[in-house]
Design a protein around this ligand. Structure first.
Ligand SMILES: Cc1cc2nc3c(=O)[nH]c(=O)nc-3n(C[C@H](O)[C@H](O)[C@H](O)COP(=O)(O)OP(=O)(O)OC[C@H]3O[C@@H](n4cnc5c(N)ncnc54)[C@H](O)[C@@H]3O)c2cc1C
Length: 450
């Protein structure tokens, strides 16, 4: 399948549950657009705002639509570190014959695991310290539950955990097998359940609180300001970027530019993917879908935990609101959602699958579900499924990217934002970014216009 290059995000239509009530920042503009800025961040999702939060002074955020109306305002609400499912057992087996490859792989896996746990711990601390009370943040050591329905998947998950434990890693997990899994989860056909630390949150509210805090520290935000092009340039032997904004003839001249546009990264600098020596976009848009239903305390009690993952499906309990949010079943959608940038329309086949599964969890006829909302969002999948974070090697040295989180951004983005902020400020950043995330692995190199 040939993936088309994405353009700009579509006009904003249906927003989904998290964005109600709307934030005060929804259509916020910090006065007139400036002609120059030290740092321009493009995109006001969790990525862009995480960078701005850590580097507010001299920074402006340009957002194509309303504030945080992309994936970060529409996702499943899990901050669930991937503690073991990332382990590629075949890759481990193959690397065993080569000591240095095996050691490198162990290092990569440890970095990944620790980075996600660090992100969760940092967010938890920040939410408590800054009293972000309206974010519906719920955290527990045991409230993340991965449920497996086939013997094959159950066996694989247990092998993944066992492997990491055999390397001396202490994984904060508990495993329930067979009847124990059924008893623990209350799900009749569960073959295995593994509990782990996880949090759930209203992601829109979190990004709103971070942005509000950054604005009070000097960040400027311009919503409904789509960027159409970014051109690296040299003026009087100094490196800059021309940031071309829709309906404005004169570009904004910026020293640093951060691409935080998720599935739309390639739209701004199409030469990026060619520079990275591969056809097709660096980041591929992939559409996901969610369903929210009302659930009484009794119905919520049928399910253990607050952040449940069933392979490709994922469910959050919104205890305070009395609803359940279920996402997944992309495989039933047109082209599995691949290449789709329209976050306004739900896919009927996916909707039916979500309803069927929700009905089975609540043990009721899907027709009787108390449906509250359905919505979609666009994820940005990188070519190797790893985030793309860091400096793009132009001769300007000041073009940065933070994206490619491949449907799993909440336990990874905040510290990546801090890392980019450190690069911009030319501080030796204390953030140790997993090597797998580094943008430099793409080998992309762009030349600046004179
Ligand atoms: C349906 C769905 C469910 C998900 N569930 C989870 C989950 O439960 N847990 C988890 O960890 N992750 C989840 N994710 C992934 C997570 O939401 C993302 O990794 C994260 O939100 C990405 O943040 P971002 O800031 O990079 O992107 P976004 O939030 O998409 O922000 C990018 C912003 O850039 C703007 N933009 C784009 N182009 C331009 C332009 N040219 N000019 C100006 N602005 C522009 C967009 O309008 C958008 O606001 C899910 C994603 C989806 C879609």
């Amino acid at each position: 399948m040939t993936i088309k290059y994405p353009g700009l995000p579509p006009q904003l239509g249906h927003k989904g549950t998290w964005m109600h009530p709307e934030s005060k920042l929804a259509r916020y503009r910090s006065g007139l657009l400036p002609e120059t800025a030290e740092t321009v961040i493009i995109g006001s999702g969790f990525s862009g705002v995480s960078v701005g939060y850590h580097h507010p002074e001299g920074t402006i955020i340009l957002e194509a639509r309303d504030f945080c109306s992309g994936a970060s305002g529409r996702n499943g609400g899990h901050i669930a570190p991937n503690l073991f499912e990332f382990v590629d057992l075949e890759e481990v087996e193959l690397s065993k014959s080569n000591k240095s490859a095996f050691t490198a792989l162990q290092k990569r896996y440890c970095q990944k695991l620790n980075f996600e746990l660090l992100n969760l711990a940092t967010l938890k601390q920040l939410i408590e310290d800054l009293e972000f009370d309206d974010c519906e943040f719920q955290y527990s050591e045991l409230d993340g539950v991965c449920v497996y329905f086939t013997e094959r998947d159950a066996k694989r998950a247990r092998a993944q955990v066992a492997l990491l434990q055999s390397w001396g890693l202490s994984l904060p997990v508990r495993i329930f097998i067979g009847p124990e899994a059924v008893k623990h989860t209350g799900i009749g056909n569960a073959k295995c359940a593994i509990t782990c630390p996880a949090a759930t949150i209203n992601p829109y509210r979190l990004v709103d609180r971070l942005a509000s805090s950054a604005i009070s520290n000097g960040l400027r935000l311009y919503t409904n300001t789509p960027v159409e092009r970014v051109v690296p340039c040299i003026i009087d032997d100094e490196y800059f970027h021309k940031v071309h904004v829709r309906d404005r003839t004169v570009p904004i001249l910026a020293k640093n530019v951060v691409l935080a546009t998720n599935a739309f990264i390639d739209a701004l600098i199409p030469a990026l993917s060619t520079a990275a020596n591969a056809p097709g976009p660096l980041v591929c848009p992939v559409k996901g879908q969610l369903l929210e239903v009302g659930a009484t305390d009794l119905q919520q009690g049928l399910l253990v935990g607050t952040s449940l993952v069933f392979g490709d499906e994922y469910l959050v309990k919104r205890r305070d609101v009395g609803t359940l949010v279920l996402g997944g079943f992309r495989r039933y959608g047109t082209n599995r959602g691949i290449g789709n940038t329209d976050d306004n329309m739900v896919d009927d086949a996916v909707e039916t699958a979500l309803e069927g599964f929700m009905g089975s969890l609540l043990r009721i006829d899907p027709a009787l579900l108390d449906k509250k909302d359905s919505w979609t969002g666009i994820m940005g999948f990188s070519r190797d499924n790893e985030p793309i974070v860091g400096r793009i090697a132009t001769n300007c040295e000041s073009l940065y990217v933070i994206g490619g989180f491949t449907g799993h951004g909440m336990p990874r983005i905040f510290k990546c934002g801090e890392y980019i902020a450190g690069l911009i400020a030319k501080n030796a950043s204390s953030v140790r970014l997993p090597e797998l995330y580094r943008a430099s692995r793409l080998g992309a190199s762009l030349a600046a216009d004179r």
